[in-house]
Design a protein. Structure first.
Length: 164
């Protein structure tokens, strides 16, 4: 087994998504590069895992999160950090305490299956369907903040996939 990359220090590309359509276009680029054999991965996950993880976290707001909410004081701190994250992006190399593997939803699936899942989740997100489940870290989010947070999340993880 290959050693784990410190994703807090790993090389990544700079991404900035302004819309769900931007993410959909990036999925196309990733799929095309993988088919051409030119996709470079600088993190620990396969492209399928990245796409599966992003789709899972979009869907958790609709279907329920697999973890309990963080303690109130952690949620309060994260709420204060939210505007900065929405503006500047999410930090790399972080994990969720007390969650095996540091996060959830990074299923080992093909890039094609991951892309299918993420496209479906993005359609759901863009449909303005009310999300009945609050974030375990940030609490209740407006629709605009939920979309923006998912865009920042996609920037973070897709930055380790380089189709150029």
């Amino acid at each position: 087994m290959a050693s784990q990359v410190d994703t807090g220090k790993a090389p990544r590309r700079k991404l900035r998504f302004q819309s769900i359509e931007d993410v959909l276009r990036e999925i196309e680029r990733i799929e095309a590069a993988e088919k051409a054999g030119t996709l470079r991965v600088t993190g620990n996950w396969t492209p399928g895992q990245v796409l599966a993880h992003l789709s899972a976290w979009i869907n958790y707001a609709y279907d329920g999160f697999p973890m309990k909410p963080a303690p109130w004081f952690i949620r309060a701190i994260l709420r204060m950090m939210l505007p900065g994250m929405l503006k500047k992006g999410m930090p790399s190399g972080k994990s969720i305490p007390n969650v095996p593997g540091g996060t959830t939803g990074a299923d080992r699936i093909s890039t094609e299956e991951g892309a299918t899942r993420l496209r479906a989740a993005l359609r759901r997100l863009s449909g303005n369907e009310p999300a009945p489940h609050d974030s375990p870290g940030f609490g209740k989010l407006s629709y605009a903040d939920r979309v923006a947070l998912n865009l920042r999340h996609a920037e973070l993880h897709m930055s380790f996939l380089n189709p150029d």
